[in-house]
Ligand binder design. Structure first.
Ligand code: CAA
Length: 260
């Protein structure tokens, strides 16, 4: 697939995906969603990639939402289909076996906030603004916002953000657990890449299995989730990474993981 709306770079095992529709504040139309889906299918299979960063082009926006101009005249069935495509893509990103970090460089509104919620970790620039303003347009969040925002920040806060349609700044997003960290705008990519590199230096299979344990375990009751964790913990002992990681610790040296 040729990418019209995404820029892709790979740097030291980290893939950087930049959503690039500057005229529409990087809004998500069908094409951009399909490109994201395609890109993430490739990342999942590419052994050279350990971590993925998603950001937006330009100074002002991460992603300002789903594309309002493209949605304006959708029929009921088309709108439902568009929401399902959004769900499918956010789920695909969330289910990517490798960690995904959103580097939020400005507005993350509507579908943009939902895209950030589909990522595992959110690093916000000081100028980032978050919100689910869909009710201002007479619609509800349609790419998973009613669900993932509620699960991440709790029902009361999610309801306040979604019912009011108000924007919050990066400091408030950090306070309520929507952003993991807030950094000066000019350091956003550097800090996010450093986080990616810290993750990449760890046992890749162990990082992937922890992601799987967290995501799938959240859908289970604690008893079953712990059982599932024990199974994955056991599975680690079938890997060369476990042998290397523990041996390196005992020999007081840096581990050299192979992801095998
Ligand atoms: N879709 C399409 N185009 C968009 C867009 C969007 N979500 N957001 C911004 N744009 C376009 C604007 O139409 C404008 O285009 P023109 O230059 O051709 O007029 C351009 O980007 C720049 O935008 P503004 O002039 O409005 O810039 P601003 O700095 O004054 O305001 C903003 C920035 C606050 C982000 C404002 O653009 C805005 O409120 N955008 C819409 C945000 C929104 O409502 N998002 C939710 C969309 S619905 C959704 O996402 C549903 C879902 O869950 C699936």
């Amino acid at each position: 697939m040729t990418y019209e709306n995404l820029l892709l770079e790979i740097e030291n095992g980290t893939a950087i995906v930049t959503i690039n529709r500057p005229k529409a504040m990087n809004a998500l139309n069908e094409r951009t969603l399909l490109e994201l889906q395609n890109a993430f299918s490739g990342f999942a299979e590419d052994d050279a990639i350990q971590v993925i960063i998603i950001t937006g082009s330009g100074e002002k926006a991460f992603v300002a939402g789903a594309d309002i101009a493209a949605m304006q005249s959708l029929t009921v069935l088309e709108a439902r289909q568009f929401a399902k495509l959004g769900h499918q893509v956010m789920r695909h990103i969330e289910a990517c076996p490798k960690p995904v970090i959103a580097a939020i460089n400005g507005f993350a509104l509507g579908g943009g906030c939902e895209l950030a919620l589909g990522c595992d970790i959110r690093v916000a620039a000081e100028n980032a603004r978050f919100g689910q303003p869909e009710v201002n347009l007479g619609v509800i969040p349609g790419f998973g916002g009613t669900q993932r925002l509620t699960r991440l920040i709790g029902k009361g806060r999610a309801m306040e953000l979604i019912f009011s349609g108000s924007m919050i700044d990066a400091a408030e997003a950090y306070r309520i657990g929507l952003a993991n960290k807030v950094v000066p705008h000019d350091q956003l990519l550097a800090v996010t890449k450093k986080m990616a590199s810290t993750i990449s230096n760890n046992g890749p299979l162990a990082v992937r299995l922890s992601k799987e344990a967290i995501h799938n375990g959240l859908e289970l009751d604690l008893e079953r989730a712990n059982q599932y964790e024990a199974e994955l913990f056991g599975l680690c002992f079938a890997t060369a990474d476990q042998k290397e990681g523990m041996q390196a610790f005992l020999e007081k040296r840096q581990a050299e993981f192979t992801g095998k």
